[in-house]
Write a protein that binds this ligand. Sequence first.
Ligand code: FES
Length: 157
Amino acid sequence: MARVLSQETVGEIEKLFSRYPTRLAVLGPAIHLTQKQLGHVSDAAANELAELLKIPPTRVKEMVSFYTMYYDRPVGRHVVRVCRNLSCQLRGADRLLAKAQETLGVQLGQTTSDGRVTLEHEECLAACGTGPALWVDGELKENLTDEKLVKLLKELP
Ligand code: FES
């Protein structure tokens, strides 16, 4: 069966071995590198990572399913996470989420048909005083209004 991890990704992961006390400790960075190459961690990629790190495949899958920044399924080129926790809710997160769904034409957890954006939710982005907030590909956006949100979503390439 063809390997899914490129030689470049495997090489980058192997370079980390000398910097961490155990191969298990490399799992987080290895998942990041896998996602950098593939966009998500498929079952095949999880199995290859497990083999490389000499750990059971379930350890990889547990980590991927636990942390929200890891994906076990394909996602869009951009991932937008709208905070819907209390402080942001009090500042209009529900309205903002509805606007994001309307603008993108998707529901929470879905990806636009052109593969451009996946819409997710988050429980707190540590920007409670400057909500409503969201996260776009790891970058925090605060004090959002409907207008700012629509502009931001439309400008994502
Ligand atoms: S509640 Fe939204 S950032 Fe904390």
